[in-house]
Design a protein around this ligand. Structure first.
Ligand code: SAH
Ligand code: SF4
Length: 355
């Protein structure tokens, strides 16, 4: 069978929802460049069948850039002494959540470095206050915590948790996150699923030492975990980290991973990540046409936003309301609409193939 027949067959298999093997996934990731459009188109159709044409919004507040970890890839790493650190006050966080509510965005993502100043009690208090004052659906993304912390967060009112596994290779994971172990990360993710959180995981694409086989294992892990949300973004080198200067301009491969994630996991919520938008002016719209169905506008107050410097050139520095207006018109330009409801993951009945 020619390569072309093989890829065509794989895409037919994927579109109708037959399971893809590890070998199939690797073949899709490695297929020659001219197959990208076909792969994206099939993922786009599966996204439409499974999730509809609407795009869901999550408003993100990056409330602390203090971090006790030293991940080699991240600008917030503890050893980066050139970063000016901040913590938003509780009042500032609540006021920002209210702003999100006012804009009509129904969910808030609270993200930070691993900062023990924000103790379990402090975070629980925040969750309770945000819930009481805004009723927003709350997603936490504050790194690894114990299962009992996760339970406390849930009891306080948190509904969702984002914890990217970053890479499914135990060796690469250990290298890029000194002192950390992939097993522990995966255990956290299983606890979250077990507790009933809508659980998000995901990876970075283009890490030094990463192979297509590792990327296939990332995708298989996402599927096996039965993750509800998937954050898939390109690695972008930060100048004040050990990975400075390792260029990654491979937006194409990231989009392929997004597309294969859609083919494999069918009805998950997949954001068009800010990192993709940073790497390419059309990155966000391209992802939305390659399987993604969520956008996460950044509501972090202007005085702090640029200091949440996980990678350089983070876009989306406009005031949030302007961003929403711009988003609306961008989204309309590709024939889609924004849905201002919470957008829980739901199992949709199989609706056949639409063209
Ligand atoms: N401290 C928490 C959440 C903040 S970091 C945690 O680590 O889980 C949020 C995400 O930023 C990480 O999951 C990682 O995938 C992403 N990130 C960090 N540095 C990056 C870089 N240089 N390029 C692309 N994404 C990066
Ligand atoms: Fe800290 Fe998360 Fe950055 Fe690692 S990726 S240094 S845990 S903020």
């Amino acid at each position: 069978m020619s390569i072309s027949d093989k890829i065509d067959n794989l895409l037919i298999k994927a579109e109708i929802g037959r399971n893809l093997t590890r070998t199939d996934i690797i073949a899709l990731l490695k297929a020659p460049g001219d197959y990208s459009t076909d792969i994206f188109d099939v993922a786009d159709r599966v996204r439409r069948q499974q999730m509809g044409n609407e795009i869901f919004l999550r408003g993100i507040i990056e409330f602390s850039n203090y971090c006790e970890r030293n991940c080699l890839y991240c600008g917030l790493r503890k050893s980066n002494s050139s970063l000016s650190r901040y913590r938003m006050t509780e009042d500032e966080i609540i006021a920002t959540a209210k702003q999100i509510k006012k804009t009509g965005v129904p969910t808030v993502v609270l993200q930070s470095g691993e900062d023990s100043f924000f103790s379990t009690d402090r975070i629980c208090r925040l969750i309770e206050q945000i819930k009481n004052e805004t009723g927003l659906v709350i997603t936490l993304s504050v790194g690894e915590r114990s299962a009992s912390d996760f339970q406390s967060f849930q009891q306080a009112g948190a509904n969702r948790y984002l914890l990217k596994h970053e890479t499914a290779s135990p060796e690469l994971y250990k290298y890029i996150r000194p002192g950390c172990h992939l097993d522990k990360r995966m255990q956290c993710l299983r606890s979250l699923k077990h507790l009933g959180f809508e659980t998000g995981t995901g990876n970075m694409v283009g890490l030094p030492g990463q192979t297509m086989e590792i990327l296939a294992d990332d995708l298989i892990f996402m599927k096996q975990l039965d993750a509800d949300m998937l954050g898939i973004g390109p690695f972008i080198a930060h100048p004040d980290t050990p990975f400075a200067g390792i260029d990654n301009d491979d937006i194409e491969l990231t989009l392929r991973v997004v597309a294969v994630a859609r083919l494999l996991t069918r009805n998950t919520n997949i954001p068009a990540t800010t990192a993709l938008a940073t790497l390419h002016p059309q990155g966000r719209l391209l992802a939305l046409q390659a399987g993604a169905n969520v956008v996460m506008p950044d509501f972090t107050p202007e005085i702090y936003k640029s200091r949440y410097d996980i990678y350089p050139g983070k876009t989306d520095t406009n005031p949030a309301e302007e961003t929403i207006e711009k988003l609306k018109s961008d989204i309309q330009s590709i024939g889609r609409t924004i849905n201002f409801s919470v957008g829980n993951r739901q199992i949709r009945p199989y609706q056949g193939i639409t063209h």
